[in-house]
Design a protein around this ligand. Structure first.
Ligand code: UDP
Ligand code: MG
Length: 323
């Protein structure tokens, strides 16, 4: 496909945001007017049930720089973003929410930071305009935890306003609700990540799509990310370790019981700890087998997809040059 390349792609997932869209569009135009860069605005209508699509069509009819991707049903924010990433032609991808909580006037700040040589710039919402107990507190804890687990220290993983180089985002596949972890997933590739303080505004129209019920999912996603980051190419190292520990504890309890039974002639009949010993040994064997299976799957995955286990930033070789 010979698509012309643009400087920027602004990617905005939209789910029932009809009142916000015209204002958002105007603000983006304003913010980018002085920048002297070519850009496209991609709205992804994630199965909205209100008039969002009609409103988007009106905007698009007047501005060919606006593109609409309409999903068949509501697939969720991660899927909507991915659709945008796949379609984008810009060298730098900017993501933001459609609800006017992010401020398009922060876009130049992000771009300036990218220009300093970073692969990815994350927004850090100042004076967040959300409820404390149900939104800000959980997100504070989550930010600490994710930073700790991944080693990528960011203040605000939940901020959708981000700028990412095209070559980075095209190498990232997102599943489930992993859009919250784009920096952590990107860190698998070895990217340079920076943070920029951005404005945050209260939601004026429409409703937030999330509540506290997402917490368990976020925790499980964190586990996934930790696993992908640390063990995805060597799963036996984690499963095998668990298996060895469990199996060894079980084995020594069983050894001690055998000694008592055979040498000291103490009956094992009324000793429930025998059950524990057996259970631990069985679990140990299971974990190790699971680890071995996972090792085989990892190899099958990398070899069948041709995906390397490394990512190159650049190659310097006087005799070979990439065209
Ligand atoms: N969104 C979406 N699909 C969904 C849920 C949300 O495209 O299933 C969009 C939504 O329209 C908004 C952005 O994702 O542009 C963030 O959603 P929201 O503002 O509700 O999240 P919050 O800011 O409350 O975390
Ligand atoms: Mg919002």
């Amino acid at each position: 496909m010979s698509r012309e390349r643009l400087d920027l792609s602004i990617i905005i997932p939209v789910y029932n945001e009809e009142e916000n869209l015209p204002i958002l569009y105007q603000e983006i135009k304003e913010a980018l007017a002085s920048l002297q860069r070519s850009y496209e605005i991609i709205f992804i209508d994630d199965g909205s049930q209100d008039n969002s699509f009609a409103v988007l069509k009106q905007i698009q009819a007047l501005d060919p720089g606006v593109k609409i991707i309409r999903l068949r049903r509501n697939f969720g924010q991660t899927a909507a973003l991915s659709a945008g990433f796949d379609y984008a032609q810009g060298k730098i991808i900017i993501t933001m929410d459609a609800d006017l909580q992010n401020d398009p006037h922060d876009i130049p700040l992000l771009l300036a930071k990218i220009e300093e040589g970073y692969d990815m710039v994350n927004g850090w919402r100042q004076k967040r305009q959300d409820k404390f107990l149900t939104r800000r507190l959980p997100s504070m804890i989550a930010n600490r935890l994710i930073s700790l687990l991944t080693g990528i220290r960011l203040h605000d993983y939940g901020c959708t306003l981000k700028a990412i180089r095209q070559e980075v985002i095209k190498n990232i596949r997102l599943y489930g609700e992993l859009h919250r972890f784009i920096p952590a997933v990107a860190s698998i590739l070895g990217v340079r990540i920076a943070e920029v303080k951005v404005n945050h505004r209260p939601r004026r129209f429409g409703r937030s799509k999330y509540n506290l019920f997402r917490l368990p999912r976020v925790i499980l996603d964190m586990l996934t990310i930790k696993f992908l980051l640390s063990y995805s190419t060597r799963p036996l190292q984690i499963f095998g370790l668990l298996g060895l520990v469990s199996g060894a504890v079980g084995f020594f309890i069983a050894l001690w019981l055998s000694y008592q039974r055979l040498i000291l002639k103490i009956s094992s009949a009324n000793r429930p700890i025998l059950l524990l010993a057996v259970l631990l040994m069985v679990i140990g064997v299971q974990f190790i087998t699971l680890g071995l299976m996972a090792e085989i799957m990892v190899r099958t995955y990398h070899e069948s997809t041709g995906k390397p286990i490394y990512h190159i930033r650049e190659i310097i070789d006087a005799h070979r040059s990439e065209d």
